[in-house]
Write a protein that binds this ligand. Structure first.
Ligand SMILES: NC(=O)c1ccc[n+]([C@@H]2O[C@H](COP(=O)([O-])OP(=O)(O)OC[C@H]3O[C@@H](n4cnc5c(N)ncnc54)[C@H](OP(=O)(O)O)[C@@H]3O)[C@@H](O)[C@H]2O)c1
Length: 313
């Protein structure tokens, strides 16, 4: 698999990473054995970058990912995130909270060092200089290698980068969600790489989308506008157009959607999530797909017909 460089501090990753959120959070109950098999399948197929967060099950997601990667820890990079209060889900980047969460994440992941540590969400109550200053303590102690930000704005990125180099902005980016393109001039100027989260639009671009009513009651898709009854059919129509482009190239919709992201920037790494080894294999195969300029333009045009906003975080 092609390798990509994220930022200017030395972090590299396979062009496609793996997002572990769904193993313990957001998409209804998973099967841990199958999730571990999916994670190992990703590695067997060349994926070296794995993403999780404290939020994904308040430690259970990190423990599952850490267990899955334990035999191959030195072959991979692991990213995790801090930034919420468990009881309320409110942003929390107070320095003492960061210190406690990151120490717990190291234990959960069963590792001496986190390759990439993100602030998960901007906390308006704590100056970003204090947040990054606290993250930097872990770099200086050898417990964290690279720093990243997620769900933030341009001003915060600039101020953070002035304290300690930021290697990655993790932002929602897919054919359905192009708002993050507004960050591109800033990350280009500062030399920050992009990790694209929810690259399959939370499954809308998977080729297996279903109406809200088909998902478990606690599934996050009940809250997403793309699935709202007034938008759903129109958005399925967009995927029909995309599927025609995909099938003409012998691809699945999901593969076309991932290849479109890879075609947009040399330094973007999508992190699709799947709890199933064969679906992981399908996603990883997108790393070899080349799109023509005309195909990218046709996908761009369809993306403008998507109805409903993305969800935050
Ligand atoms: N920074 C943030 O705030 C933030 C927010 C959201 C996500 N993330 C990160 O981004 C990662 C990916 O995002 P995501 O999980 O929200 O969404 P996604 O990757 O866009 O979509 C995941 C959904 O698509 C399904 N799927 C994946 N590949 C498929 C395939 N080939 N065929 C059919 N269905 C497929 C998955 O189901 P199955 O598991 O059943 O295959 C799951 O329901 C997360 O794991 C997390 O690491 C970060």
């Amino acid at each position: 698999m092609q390798q990509r460089t994220l930022g200017q501090q030395g972090l590299t990753a396979s062009a496609l990473g793996y997002g572990a959120m769904g193993t313990t959070f957001a998409y209804g109950p998973g099967d841990d054995t199958e999730s571990i098999a999916a994670i190992r399948a990703a590695h067997d197929l060349g994926v070296t970058h794995f993403d999780t967060a404290e939020l994904y099950g308040w430690g259970t997601g990190e423990r599952l990912l850490g267990a899955a990667l334990a035999p191959i820890r030195d072959d991979v990079t692991i990213a995790t995130k801090f930034g919420f209060t468990p009881e309320t889900y409110a942003p929390n980047s107070r320095p003492e909270h960061i210190r406690q969460v990151v120490d717990t994440s190291l234990r959960n992941l069963g590792t001496d060092s986190i390759d990439l540590l993100y602030q998960h969400v901007h906390d308006p109550t704590v100056p970003i200089e204090d947040v990054v200053g606290t993250m930097q303590e872990f770099v200086q102690a050898g417990k964290v290698r690279y720093l990243g930000l997620s769900n933030t704005d341009v001003e915060q990125i600039r101020r953070a980068h002035a304290v300690h180099p930021i290697s990655v902005l993790q932002a929602e980016y897919s054919v359905f969600s192009r708002e993050s393109e507004a960050f591109f001039p800033t990350v280009d100027e500062l030399g920050i790489g992009v990790v694209a989260y929810s690259p399959l639009a939370r499954g809308f671009l998977s080729g297996a989308v279903r109406p809200r009513s088909a998902y478990a009651a606690d599934d996050i898709r009940h809250q997403l506008e793309w699935w709202a009854p007034e938008h759903f059919d129109a958005n399925v129509g967009v995927t029909t157009g995309l599927t025609e482009i995909a099938e003409a190239k012998g691809l699945r919709l999901s593969q076309l959607a991932l290849a479109w992201i890879l075609a947009k920037r040399d330094d973007v790494v999508p992190i699709p999530g799947s709890r199933n080894p064969s679906r992981v294999a399908e996603n990883v195969a997108a790393g070899d797909v080349e799109l023509t300029e005309n195909e990218v333009a046709r996908i761009d045009a369809l993306s403008r017909e998507v109805r409903g906003k993305r969800a935050m975080g």
